[in-house]
Design a protein around this ligand. Structure first.
Ligand SMILES: [Zn+2]
Length: 370
């Protein structure tokens, strides 16, 4: 179904998916839920259409894999690697290593549904020239596997062209709009359209009491929001440095400070995480959560040095803010020390990063005069 462009190197590979093949240098993986799904399919479908059913289901997923290769091989043409293709019960996902430009994304995305259209065309051609008489019906018990597969590929193409993230249609819409309006506005519009479509799907699901449709609608609604947030955040941070967003005014604690003294400081101001120092050296950070645990377990007279995080992440003021924010998120959003050589010059925290994004967002929405 969708292709996604989150770089996966920093994140651990999902332990719930395992590799079944490598095609054109791209690992193809099955997610564990996909196997459960196959068992369920076998269980429910067997009685309906006998031996044809499992073959049909495998053929459908083969078509889904080909669809994903439509994305992956087009990306490869632009020099973008695909980390892996993973099959989930709801479809496949091709994980691209880097972000394509809008024009590239347009083609990379279109080539997925295009594969299903080509497969449907070939099946139709075969059934047309074959001496055997095929009845063109999606009912596998009446027409057999090939006509059913023909209709399934048409549905796969149409379903994926629904203009909502994470469907291909949503990406095509975004990419096409990006060419004229820029990525940020394009994503805002595409995500809005996606959420309207999701509500429509949800209402249709309720009216026809189709649970699957309701689930898809809910999923689409959620992903549209996420896509919007991550794109907006990325574009607001792009080109900025850590020094633009870092917190500059903060208190530090000498390592001999007691937890009692630290908690008084926590109450007195809005700062929640405190760098711990020894002379001019920075030893670590005392985080609010650790302070509270320390008060319970060690008592108020224990020293902050016993509860500080000695392995706090560090970065430099000239580091790329987008990169630093990714590292920050990957490390569980714990406060980061900004060091210029041996000097502590700032901190990056969840609060001040959110504030920075909020202010940038507000500025970006302001209509330009004239
Ligand atoms: Zn797709």
């Amino acid at each position: 179904m969708p292709e996604t462009e989150k770089p996966e190197q920093e994140r651990p590979a999902s332990p719930w998916a395992f590799q079944v093949a490598v095609v054109a240098g791209i690992p193809v993986r099955l997610h564990i839920t996909f196997l459960l799904f196959l068992v369920w399919i076998g269980w429910t479908g067997q009685s309906q259409s006998g031996w044809q059913w499992p073959i049909y289901v495998l053929a459908v997923f083969f078509c889904v894999v080909l669809h994903e290769f439509g994305h992956a091989l087009t990306a490869k043409k632009y020099g973008i690697k695909t980390t892996n293709i993973t099959l989930y019960p709801i479809g496949g996902v091709a994980m691209l290593e880097s972000r394509p430009t809008a024009k590239q994304e347009l083609w990379v995305t279109i080539m997925g549904p295009a594969v299903n259209v080509v497969i449907a065309g070939l099946l139709y051609l075969y059934m047309w020239i074959s001496p055997q008489q095929f009845q063109l019906t999606s009912d596998i018990r009446v027409g057999g596997i090939l006509p059913a597969l023909f209709f399934t590929n048409i549905s796969l193409a149409l379903f994926n062209l629904i203009p909502a993230f994470p469907m291909d249609g949503g990406r095509i819409l975004r990419a096409a709009l990006s060419l004229r309006l820029g990525e940020l506005r394009a994503t805002r519009i595409a995500a809005g359209v996606g959420q309207v479509v999701a509500i429509g799907l949800g209402v249709a699901g309720i009216i026809t009491s189709q649970v699957i449709l309701m689930l898809i609608a809910f999923f689409v609604f959620l992903v549209a929001g996420q896509e919007l947030t991550s794109t907006v955040t990325r574009s607001l941070l792009a080109g900025r440095k850590v020094r633009d967003a870092m917190m500059r005014n903060f208190a530090t604690l000498p390592h001999g400070t007691t937890l009692q003294e630290a908690s008084e400081l926590l109450i007195a101001g809005s700062q929640t995480d405190f760098p711990v120092t020894s002379g001019s050296d920075v030893l670590g950070i005392l985080e609010r959560s650790e302070l509270s645990i320390g008060l319970t377990e060690d008592g108020p007279h224990a020293y902050v040095a016993g509860r500080m995080n000695r392995n706090a992440n560090r970065c430099r003021p000239d580091d790329d803010l987008e990169w630093a924010a990714e590292q920050f998120a990957a490390a569980g959003r714990r406060p980061v020390l900004v060091m210029e050589g041996d000097d502590l010059v700032g901190m990056l925290t969840q609060e001040n990063l959110s504030e920075f994004i909020m202010l940038q967002d507000a500025a970006s929405r302001r209509k330009k005069p004239g």
